[in-house]
Design a protein around this ligand. Sequence first.
Ligand code: NDP
Length: 249
Amino acid sequence: MDILKIPKFTPSNSLLKGKEILITGAGSGIGREVALACSEFGANLILLSRNAKKLYSLQDQIVKNGQSEPLVVEFDFEKAKEKDYLNLFEKLCEEYEKLDGLVHIAGVLGYLSPVVNTSLNQLNTVMRVNFESNFLLTQLCTPLLLKANNPSVIFTSSGVGRKGRAFWTSYSISKFAIEGLMQVLADEYESSMRINSYNPGATRTAMRAQAFPAEDPMTLKTPRDRVNDYLWLLSDSNMSTGKAYDFYE
Ligand code: NDP
């Protein structure tokens, strides 16, 4: 797999004006900062995550910043059944005529354990949150995405989704699956949608602290440092599809 670097990019104030964008994992970490930045640059947002309290607090902040009020969707990928996804899709179709961006950021690390010690239950849980959600949401949102001019789908991957690493079993496999989904979709919608994956690299969040508890978080880039990369992938400056991107540095 060829890995590309996100180019240097300075967003204009009206970068995402009028665009409807759904962001998963918007409650905390990278997703929260990406949501704040997208609203700052003019997007109307759908904030989706499992914790309604965090989402409503983000909604408040966005409104206080003078941006348009986002729709809050409380949705737990671990517990959701296919019919819950269908209900979500119906709700989205009632409220929106198109979707310009679908940004998959929600994810869990699961437990780090060697393949031989990883239970099927553990693998399935991580796959449900990290992969199945990306699969079902993209599948359901495709008709809305195809109604937009130049839609962009972003799958948040990882370094271990491109090169396997010992003990990262469930997480690594789930991210490899995302890369596969991205490539298949990009081939299917070559001329109508931009579909890319993105690895934010080591970033100061709760997930990173869970994976590397002894690390000094102050040595890491912050979620805010990653938002420009998402803005570029969403913007019309990005004309690529089917590509695996690494963070800008
Ligand atoms: P965080 O743990 O800070 O945030 C993860 C987000 O996913 C949270 O908003 C969380 O919701 C949401 N989420 C978790 N489980 C579910 C669920 N069952 N249903 C719905 N939403 C859920 O992690 P990061 O911000 O670090 O990670 C964001 C993405 O970046 C992930 O896909 C991760 O794999 C990827 N990544 C991160 C790296 C890093 O160094 N941080 C490096 C490489 C990739 P809640 O707010 O309720 O907790």
